[in-house]
Design a protein around this ligand. Structure first.
Ligand SMILES: N[C@@H](CCC(=O)N[C@@H](CS)C(=O)NCC(=O)O)C(=O)O
Length: 205
């Protein structure tokens, strides 16, 4: 049995939970807020969520956990068997994480936690988000899934990364981040109907 540590409010926790459900792996949820306390740092060296426990060993970082799950339970596959196609899925994930979500997160303290970020941060966030979205659009297939014909890890990242990044952009800049990106809109709609994602959303309540 795998332990999933974190809080249901976290998009990365939700992503990993959806992958565990998708894979049909037995897991239990352990409520663990992100702290710099030793017990949390021993599971997740930056003190973030989520992390997993496997027989007393721990792993952090959603992408690492996804890679582990894909090997421990190969079906349904999160990555295509073709090596180049698999690399292209990870490429999509990297751009979503690094050039969209992480950029939007600069404004997270103001968007959702009642703090203030500087005008300079707001302006650089808006500019860098536009650049990240244009970059992602160049490689995003979205017909019908993020990487093409089949459901992959990139579709789960789409749903959970854009859930957060879109919410921040709406709140901070009063803009719909994916308004001009129909391929991403299509995947968001498709994933919202996907059973593992629906279970994660239902269990958040
Ligand atoms: N790169 C990490 C990101 C994890 C992350 O940013 N988690 C957030 C919650 S969604 C967190 O723990 N934030 C609290 C903190 O940074 O202290 C992953 O992919 O798992």
């Amino acid at each position: 049995m795998i332990q999933l540590y974190g809080l249901k409010m976290s998009n990365y926790y939700s992503l990993v939970k959806a992958l565990l459900i998708e894979k049909g792996v037995d897991f239990e949820e352990v409520k663990a807020p992100p702290t710099q306390e030793e017990d949390n740092l021993s599971r997740s060296p930056m003190g973030k969520m989520p992390s997993i426990g496997v027989d007393g060993n721990y792993m952090s970082e959603s992408l690492a956990i996804a890679a582990y799950l894909d090997r421990v339970q190969p079906e349904p596959a999160l990555l295509p068997s073709d090596p180049f196609a698999a690399g292209k899925v990870i490429e999509l994930v990297c751009h979503m994480k690094l050039d969209v979500e992480l950029v939007a997160r600069r404004c997270l303290p103001e968007a959702f936690f009642g703090q203030t970020v500087s005008d300079e941060t707001k302006s650089s966030t808006q500019k860098d988000l536009a650049k990240g979205m244009a970059a992602l659009d160049r490689i995003y297939v979205g017909a019908p899934y993020a990487a093409g014909a089949d459901l992959t890890l990139a579709d789960f990242y789409t749903y959970f990364s854009f859930g957060l990044a879109g919410g921040i952009a709406q709140k901070m800049f009063d803009t719909d981040l994916i308004a001009d990106y129909p391929k991403i809109q299509g995947v968001m709609a498709r994933m919202a109907e996907h059973p593992s994602v629906q279970r994660v959303e239902a269990e958040k309540a």
